[in-house]
Design a protein around this ligand. Sequence first.
Ligand code: HAM
Length: 419
Amino acid sequence: MIRGIKGVKDTLPDEMPRWQVIEGAARRFSHLYGFREIRVPVFEMTELFARSIGTSTDIVEKEMYTFQDRDGSSLTLRPEATAGVVRAYIEHNLAASPTAQKFYYLGPMFRHERPQAGRLRQFHQYGVESFGSASPQADVEVISLLWRFLSSLGLPGLTLELNSLGEAGDRPAYKTVLVAFLKPLEDKLCQNCRRRIETNPLRVLDCKVPACKAATEAAPKLTDHLSSFAREHFEAVRATLDGLRIPYLLNPRLVRGLDYYTLTTFEVTTTHLGAQNAVGAGGRYDGLVEVLGGPKTPAVGFAVGIERVSLMLPEGSLPAAPKTVFVAGFGPQGLEAGVRLLDELRFLGVPADTDFRASSLKTLLRQADRLQATYCAILGDDEVAKGTLILRHMQTKEQQVIPLGKAASSIASLFLKPQ
Ligand code: HAM
């Protein structure tokens, strides 16, 4: 048999209620905050990701699914959606709109990472992107949406970590200071980090290897090298978060794995996911629209990993199973009347099911039980002859006889009452 691909998961029906709760909350919260849905393609020109995420990031260097199209152009399955949303924003001239443009998306992303619990090669994100405002309050709006959304799901052990990467202009001076600090420590760093000193020194601060963490404990902090503009922006973000009583922890090592960030970056971590502790993350990216050929446009956003949220979702956040009717029609007339009843119930909006493989009342009742139906409508040839059916409450085992002619509407009326 042909198996699925490593790190690429099926989500089976038993797991779907968790996803529906998460995606439902994502849509609800996005609308509450004035974000509208956008869908962008799952594949784009490779160049789009290389230019936005950065050529010396892990994602672009070794995690992208890139392939050649028939005309020879290089295409890539999206490793994230910010780049595609920015491309669409530019291509459809959305910057010309007089109102701020705020979008949200849900969908699959692709990264060739080593699969483990909470880390997949095809995973799903809920993300938002807010274009047009450089105000620190726009950062806070996005952070508060992320925090309120995750909190509403009752996820345990969440911490919001916050940092500022300064303006693009603050980076070169800091990089010089950081490289000077890292060079003498080279021997103590992992092989990746040794390479990163040259290619992307900030990423050394984000390395998860314990030896690297220990060696860089006293590294100079980017937040000590911010321009006065960046410092004021960061202070305003913090003051506004304080005003909204959103708790956060400053983490000067939070540099993020994508190069487009400026000023505020943030990540929500959890103590409940082992090594893959980031539930959602994001930041401001004021230079990206321009880098990709659009007008200078400030922007800020985040993305959440749905699989990670699903792993952490407490049972209490799941809704009770919906009420359903199982129609047990047996015998030639009973079966025929059962098919009509199913159609009428469904027409009236009552979730109704049966099992056409079962032909005896005993097996039909067993299937009703397995499907955890609330009611079973028992309908044999005898009932049809009498013009009635028996409605059985599957849990209490209480039964009532109801006239067949009014069966669908009387059952439907039971569904209007609370369970
Ligand atoms: P990111 O930090 O690369 O940011 O991903 C965001 C979230 O996606 C992570 O916190 C994690 O929950 C989930 N995630 C990432 N990789 C995997 C994986 N291999 N398996 C399962 N889940 C994963 C971004 O993608 C940015 N586009 C966020 C953003 C939006 N920044 C501004 N706007």
